[in-house]
Ligand binder design. Structure first.
Ligand SMILES: C[S@@+](CC[C@H](N)C(=O)[O-])C[C@H]1O[C@@H](n2cnc3c(N)ncnc32)[C@H](O)[C@@H]1O
Length: 308
C-alpha cells in the first residue's frame, strides 16, 4: 500500500512566489537561456510590479491568479526566443533605461564605448560651455543620441534614421529622458540634407555581412529589425557611404566615430585613409579586445566656415 508522501520541508510551499521563481528558472534553463536565474527574477518583477528587494520579502506569499496567468504569457513569449528586453519593454544603456520594442535594435553594451570615446574627445571643449552640434546617424531607440545629450548639456543633436517606426520609439525615449528640446529626430537616408557645422558624426550603423545573417541567434535574427543589422555583402555598405558623406557635414577638424563589427576595423581604417581627408584615424578596442570604434578627424579645407 502506498502512503501519501510527506511534504518536503526543503521545498517552498506550492504556489508561492518562490515556487514560481524556481519553476521559471528551471523552464528557462531547459530552454537553453543563458542567464536563467536573472531572467526569471526579472519576469517575476515584471508580473508582480515589485522591485527585487520587495519580491524577496514576499517569497512565501501565494501569487495572484492574474500574476500566474501573466507569467505564463511572458514565459511563452520568451520560450519562443523573443528577447527579454522586448518582453519587458526596457533596455539599459549607459545606466539609463530606454523603452524598446521590435521596431528598434536593442542597444548593446559595446556601443557604450562610442559614448566614452566621444566624451574623451569633447570633455575639454565642453568646459567652454559653447554649443556643439552633433549627428547620430541611424539612431534606432535613440539610446546613443539621448545618452550624449544627457551627459553633455551643451550638445545639440540631430538623430536620423530611415525607419519612421524607430523614430517613434526614439521620440518616446527623448520625452522619458527630458531631452526633446535638444535631440531633433529626422527621418532620412544617412547624412543626406546635412551640410557643414557639425562637430561630430557618431554612428552605429548595420554592419552584419548579409551572408552571416542566418548564423545570428533567433533572438536577433527573428525579432530585431533586419534594417538595423544587415550591412550588405561585406557588412560595410552603410559605413562606406557615411565615410563618404561625413566630410560634407563636419566642420574642419570635426570627428567621425563609427562602431564596427569584429574584423572590420582594419578595412574601415583603410577606407578612411584612402579617402584622403581624414587624420588621426585609429581604432579603439572593447573589453573583449575587439576593435569596436574607429574614429578620425576631418582634415577639412580652408573654405569651411568654422573649426574645433
Ligand atoms: C545597428 S542599429 C543602431 C541603433 C542605435 N544607434 C543603437 O546603437 O542602438 C542601426 C540603425 O540604423 C538605421 N539605418 C539603417 N540604414 C540607414 C540609413 N541608410 N540611413 C539612416 N539610418 C539607417 C536602422 O534603421 C537602425 O535603426
Amino acid at each position: 500500500m502506498h502512503s501519501t508522501p510527506e511534504p518536503n520541508a526543503n521545498l517552498p510551499p506550492n504556489d508561492s512566489i518562490q515556487t514560481c521563481l524556481l519553476r521559471t528558472r528551471g523552464v528557462l534553463t531547459n530552454a537553453g537561456v543563458e542567464s536563467p536565474e536573472h531572467e526569471a527574477a526579472l519576469l517575476l518583477q515584471q508580473v508582480t510590479g515589485q522591485s527585487l528587494t520587495h519580491l524577496l520579502c514576499q517569497l512565501q506569499r501565494a501569487p495572484a491568479a492574474t500574476e500566474l496567468a501573466e507569467l505564463e504569457r511572458l514565459l511563452s513569449r520568451r520560450l519562443s526566443r523573443e528577447p527579454l528586453q522586448y518582453i519587458l519593454g526596457c533596455a539599459t544603456f549607459y545606466g539609463r533605461d530606454f523603452y524598446v520594442d521590435s521596431r528598434v535594435l536593442i542597444p548593446r553594451p559595446e556601443t557604450e564605448l562610442l559614448v566614452e570615446q566621444f566624451a574623451g574627445l569633447f570633455s575639454g571643449l565642453s568646459r567652454n560651455a559653447e554649443q556643439l552640434r552633433v549627428i547620430d546617424v541611424g539612431t534606432g531607440s535613440g539610446a546613443l543620441a539621448i545618452t550624449l545629450a544627457c551627459e553633455s548639456p551643451e550638445l545639440e543633436i540631430e538623430a536620423t534614421d530611415t525607419s519612421r517606426e524607430a523614430l517613434q520609439v526614439a521620440a518616446a525615449n527623448c520625452v522619458r529622458h527630458g531631452v526633446r528640446e535638444r535631440v531633433r529626430l529626422v527621418q532620412g537616408d544617412l547624412l543626406s540634407g546635412f551640410r557643414r557645422g557639425f562637430a561630430a558624426v557618431v554612428a552605429n550603423l548595420p554592419y552584419v555581412p548579409s551572408g552571416e545573417f542566418a548564423e545570428l541567434s533567433p533572438e536577433v535574427r527573428v525579432y530585431e529589425p533586419k534594417l538595423a543589422l544587415d550591412g550588405g555583402p561585406d557588412g560595410l555598405r552603410e559605413v562606406r557611404r557615411v565615410i563618404d558623406q561625413a566630410p560634407e557635414a563636419l566642420v574642419c577638424n570635426g570627428w567621425l566615430l563609427l562602431e564596427v563589427g569584429e574584423g572590420q576595423s582594419g578595412p574601415v581604417e583603410t577606407l578612411m585613409r584612402q579617402a584622403g581627408c581624414w587624420t588621426d584615424v585609429k581604432t579603439v578596442c572593447d573589453l573583449a579586445g575587439v576593435g569596436r570604434v574607429v574614429l578620425g578627424r576631418h582634415s577639412g579645407t580652408d573654405s569651411q566656415p568654422s573649426s574645433l
